[in-house]
Design a protein around this ligand. Structure first.
Ligand code: OGA
Ligand code: MN
Length: 219
């Protein structure tokens, strides 16, 4: 296994200031490549090495009421658990991001969960919100793209909308190393079908919704 980014400082305070400024101003932030390239390369290798049997069909809804609905989304997912150095480094950087955003924007982000997603040619995820006000604890979404050499003709864009509008405010080509961060409750978005296999890591920062001493997530 190749060593990942030991020397290069990632997520410097200047970068974190800019991310936080854009998030507070627009509610989203699209960064070309904030993570060390060696790390994104390694994550790409891992997702390629995971055989399809290590992926599960993606569900919709909350954990215990999960439904598999082929009309809504057809991608397959694999949760990151920190079992490899690259996953650990990625989760470590997301922890840096969590603390930095809390410090700058007082969002009270509590933890982070994320999965690899694989969209085969033709797969899609229809317009949806990652969180519904009052019904979830996901507040900030991230998507890291792992597709070298992606061209416009390959499709697979993410379209992002303001609520109650059908005109996208943002079209994101899933370019290698690019990361999108946005407020989960504010922006409906969809994934258009692609001509090629499309890989990403989708993740969510959550707030703690513990009530009456119950631990969240359950121990
Ligand atoms: C999601 C999602 C977007 C993408 O997994 O909720 O919207 O571009 N993913 O992969
Ligand atoms: Mn989503």
């Amino acid at each position: 296994m190749t060593a990942v980014s030991l020397l290069q400082p990632a997520l410097t305070s200047t970068i974190l200031d800019r991310l936080a400024d854009e998030l507070s101003e627009n509610g989203y932030c699209l960064t070309p490549s904030v993570l060390p390239p060696e790390l994104t390369e390694q994550l790409l290798l891992e997702v390629h090495q995971l055989n399809h049997e290590h992926f599960e069909p993606a569900g919709i809804g909350r954990e215990r009421q999960q439904q598999h609905n082929q009309f809504v989304r057809t991608d397959a997912i694999h949760w990151l658990n920190g079992h490899t150095p690259a996953q650990q480094e990625f989760l470590g950087l997301m922890e840096t991001l969590r603390l930095a955003i809390n410090r700058r924007l007082f969002m009270g982000l509590f933890d982070y969960e994320c999965h690899f997603a694989h969209y085969r040619p033709g797969d899609f995820y229809k317009k949806h919100l990652d969180a519904f006000k009052g019904r979830t604890n996901r507040v900030l979404s991230t998507v890291l793209y792992l597709n070298p050499g992606w061209g416009n003709k390959d499709g697979g864009e993410l379209l992002m909308y303001e609520r109650d509008s059908n005109d996208p405010i943002l079209r994101v080509t899933p370019l290698f190393g690019q990361m999108l961060i946005f407020l989960s409750e504010r922006f409906p978005h969809e994934v258009m079908p692609a001509q090629r296999d499309r890989y990403s890591i989708a993740g969510w920062f959550r707030v703690n919704t513990s009530i009456g001493g119950a631990i969240d997530p359950p121990a």
